[in-house]
Each structure stands twice: as C-alpha cells, then as structure tokens.
Design a protein around this ligand. Structure first.
Ligand code: AMP
Ligand code: ZN
Length: 484
C-alpha cells in the first residue's frame, strides 16, 4: 500500500511499526457550530483510509478527538470564544452547546456511512493528560510563563516547521489559539499550552485547576496528549476504552510513542500539526508520527467551504432536497483526496443518478459466489495507490458493464463496497417485487398516456409514487422502480 506523506513530500510504501497493527489519529471537529459537508468530505477521506488499511488485513485502532474546549479563532476576539458566544446566544451552557454540535456531527457522519472511530476522546475529559504533558515540557525547559499563559518556546526546538517546510519568517501566525498577541510572548510563533483566566479570559466558563493556576488548555496540546495516551506506549493495553460503546477491537500495546498515521485537513499543516510535532517530540524525545495524511478541501465557487465564510451546506440541506446522503459520499469518491473538489448541486445530481442506476442494475444480479476476481484485484491496486478512489470507482463501473457472470460481479462488488461504503450490499440480488396493485395502476396509466390524457397520467404517477414506486417511460414501455 502506498501513501503520500506530507512530512517527506513523497509517496511511500506504507509499513506500520508493528506488523498487522495500525495506530491512526484523526483531528476531530470543533463543536461550536454545525458540521457542514466540507467537514464530511474530510471525514469520508479518513474513513476510506481506514477501510483500505483494513482491506489490507491491518487491525486499525482509529482515535479521534472532539475539540470541546472553546478557543479563540480570530485576533479580533477579546476572550469570548465561539463556544462562549454560542452559549450566550442560545441561553445554554458551553457544555450543552458542545454536546449539541457533537451529536450533530455524529448524526451527519453516520448518514454518509462513516464508521465511528475506535476511540472518540473529548478534550474536556483529558485535562489531566494535557497538564501532565505541559509539566513534562516544563521540566525539559521548553516553556515559559507570562501573566496570560504558559507558552511553548519554539526557539528551543530546532526542527520547528519541518512539516510545512516553511521558513519561520514566511510563516503566518496561528489560525486559532493564541492569535491575540500577548506583549510578553517572545516569538510570534510561540503557542499557548495553558491560558490563565485573567484579563480577557476572566469570564471564560470552561476552567480547571492546574499546578500553575486556574485556566484552560491551548488548542494544540489536546491532540498530542490524547494521541500519545491512546496510541503511544503510555497506553495500557488492558485498559477499557473510556468513551465508545461500539468498541469491539482488540487493544495492543505499543513499543514506542511513535504513531503510524495522523490525519487532518491541509489547513492543519502550518500551525496545528506543526505545533503538535514540536510539543510531542520535545516531550518524548522520539518521532511523533511516521506518516502525515492531509486532505484537500471541498470548495464552493472557488472558495473553501467554511463556518466562518457562511458558504456551507449541511447534511440536512442535502436531505431536504431529496438526495440520498450516500450520493454525497459517492461525489467525494470521484475526486482524489489531495485535490480540491468543487461542490455543485449538478454534480450531486449526477452522482445520485449514477447511484440509482447502479442499484437498479445490481438488484438483478445473482448472489455473490466463489472467490474474488480480476476486477477486485485491479480495484485494490487503485485503492492502494495513495487512495485513488476516482480510478477505483471507474474500475467498479468497468466491471459492472462487463459480461462476466453476475455471481462473480456480485462477489467483487461486495468486496469493493467494503471500501467505498455505498451500502451496495443491501441491493445486490434484491429484486423488487412490484405489488399487483402498483402494476395495475402502471397499466392503466400507460393506456391513458397513449390516449394523450396527460393530466390523468400524472395523477396516476402521483398515486404510484405514494405507494413507493416510480414509473419511467422508455421506448420499450414503462419501467417501474422503487422510490429512493
Ligand atoms: P474544524 O471543526 O473547523 O476544526 O474542522 C474539522 C476538520 O474539517 C479539519 O481537519 C478541517 O481541515 C476540515 N475542514 C474544514 N472545512 C473543510 C472543507 N471545506 N473541506 C474539507 N475539509 C474541511
Ligand atoms: Zn488536532
């Protein structure tokens, strides 16, 4: 299996530290606003990566955090972060707001068939781990304290910026975290590990006791602390996972703190992941992550779909326009994860049609039989080539249109769908029995339509639709399909 590694800027052969086991960490959502379909593109990308790893026989422990501590997002902010603002606007507590948007996130990801990560960990439930990590950095001399915060001193870490390859002078300051400049910060790129509830933060409602005083963690520290907690060697293999009722995988201990794969959006490269590397490697003295995977954006009219630009659609808009959320997943698969993808309703319509046609076709197939065939092999090669999903989808269609026996096609398609996640198993060989009542209406409609009574024919189409079926008029007569 080959993967592009942002750290080396190369496509590499992927080999995990332990044979047959992969530890994978994904930067999860900030839960101060609604999940939009841009986020879903990224998390579908992670889901595909995990499924491909599993198809290669690896047992994957996939850990994802939930950023439920409020953080500043712009240098205009005077201490009231988005979570605090949301709570005031809604008349709720910050905890209620975070829970509401976390639930919305999981509802959205489930609709596009994203498997829940093996471990979901909230920043607010790992304050102790974050404090321990800051203490370690303090012991090793990587921190300094001002009235406002404890900072990581990047001048003490010689490889700072190795992920983005950017010169420090070119590097812009953070997109989130400590962007309001504290006059006592030594270097603009130094980033806060712990904020004190003083000055502009005096009303911050999320706060915890710490050895340095009451406050709250900076954004970056949570990912280092939790990824090393669940995937590094401090993790106890026999410890029950704290959050996630759905966990079934066997846990294994690790021989070093190095993590196999860490994922995120490309926006995380210059700041968040750069800072994660600095604080993790400074604390452990070991390489933090071997392979960094970054997903490109979903864009609208040439601009990134984002919460702040208010140019986003949610899964609810997809549903209310009558689309199947899996048509959105299909749309994501048509672009390579390292390329941007421009969202249009027209492109969603075309993947919805493709999905409908595929479902119709495979209903007529025999059930899977025998072993996987040549098309699966070709498909797997594409998937293993840095997750080339557009090519994989093209190979799937080549197979669908081929004249090999349908039991073989069914076998290969079922295997392909373990990666694609389009829910095709529910359709393979599931011929629709059209009820007599519906067939009678279809026949009456055909008679009135032939006579040119389109008003009556439309009325009948409506009646048929109410019974859950659609009629399509084709040159060879009416075709009946189940409504999607
Ligand atoms: P956030 O909750 O804003 O931190 O975003 C969570 C993840 O979604 C991050 O990894 C972002 O890079 C990613 N993301 C945000 N907007 C988009 C977008 N328009 N397309 C793809 N990924 C996105
Ligand atoms: Zn992160």
């Amino acid at each position: 299996m080959k993967l592009y590694n942002t750290l080396t800027r190369k496509i590499e052969n992927f080999t995990p530290i332990k044979p047959s086991y992969v530890g994978m960490y994904t930067c999860g959502p900030t839960v101060y606003d609604y999940t939009h379909i841009g986020h879903l593109r990224k998390y579908v990308g992670d889901d595909i990566l995990r499924r491909i790893l599993e198809a290669n026989g690896y047992s994957v422990k996939h850990v994802m955090n939930i950023t439920d501590v409020g953080h500043l997002v712009s240098d205009q902010d005077q201490g009231d972060d988005k979570l605090e603002k949301g709570a005031k606007e809604r008349g709720q507590t910050v905890w209620e707001v975070a829970k509401y948007f976390e639930d919305y996130f999981f509802r959205s990801t489930k609709l596009v068939n994203i498997e829940r990560p093996s471990v979901v960990c909230r920043a607010t439930e790992h304050i102790g781990e974050q404090i321990k990590l800051i203490q370690k950095l303090e012991e090793k001399g990587f921190t300094y304290q001002t009235e406002e915060a404890i900072y990581f001193d990047i001048s003490k870490f010689p490889h700072y910026g190795k992920l983005s390859g950017q010169d420090l002078k070119e590097k812009q300051t953070g997109v989130r975290g400590d962007v309001v400049v504290d006059p006592n910060k030594k270097n603009p790129q130094d980033f806060a590990l712990w904020f004190f509830v003083v000055g502009r933060f005096v009303t911050h409602s999320m706060r915890w006791a710490s050895p340095w005083g009451e406050g709250f963690p900076g954004w970056h520290i949570e990912c280092s602390a939790m990824s090393m907690e669940y995937l590094g060697n401090s993790f106890d293999p026999f410890d029950k996972l704290r959050i996630n009722g759905e966990q079934t995988r066997t846990e294994r201990s690790r021989s070093s703190r190095t993590i196999d794969i860490h994922t995120g959006g490309i926006d995380h490269i210059p700041v968040h992941h750069t800072n994660e590397i600095a604080q993790s490697e400074a604390a452990s003295g070991k390489m933090f992550v071997r392979v960094w995977v970054h997903h490109n954006f979903l864009i609208v009219d040439g601009e990134k779909m984002s919460k702040s630009k208010k140019n986003f659609y949610r899964i609810d808009e997809i549903l209310s326009k009558g689309f199947d959320p899996l048509a959105l997943r299909y749309l994501f698969l048509t672009a390579h994860y390292r390329d941007s993808l421009n969202f249009t309703w027209k492109s969603l319509e075309s993947t919805q049609n493709a999905l409908n046609n595929l479902r119709e076709e495979i209903r007529l197939w025999e059930q899977p039989k025998g072993s996987v065939g040549q098309y699966w092999q070709k498909f797997a090669e594409a998937a293993n080539n840095d997750l080339n999903t557009p090519q994989a989808v093209a190979i799937m269609w080549e197979m669908v249109k081929s004249d090999i026996p349908t039991f073989q096609k069914s076998k290969d398609l079922a295997k392909m769908d373990e990666i694609l996640g389009l829910g095709l198993q529910d359709f393979i060989g599931q011929k629709i029995e059209v009820p007599k009542e519906v067939m009678e209406l279809v026949n009456i409609r055909e008679t009135v339509r032939k006579k040119g009574d389109y008003k009556e024919s439309d009325k009948l189409r409506h009646q048929i639709k109410k019974l859950g079926f659609e009629v399509e008029d084709t040159p060879s007569g009416p075709k009946v399909k189940q409504s999607v």
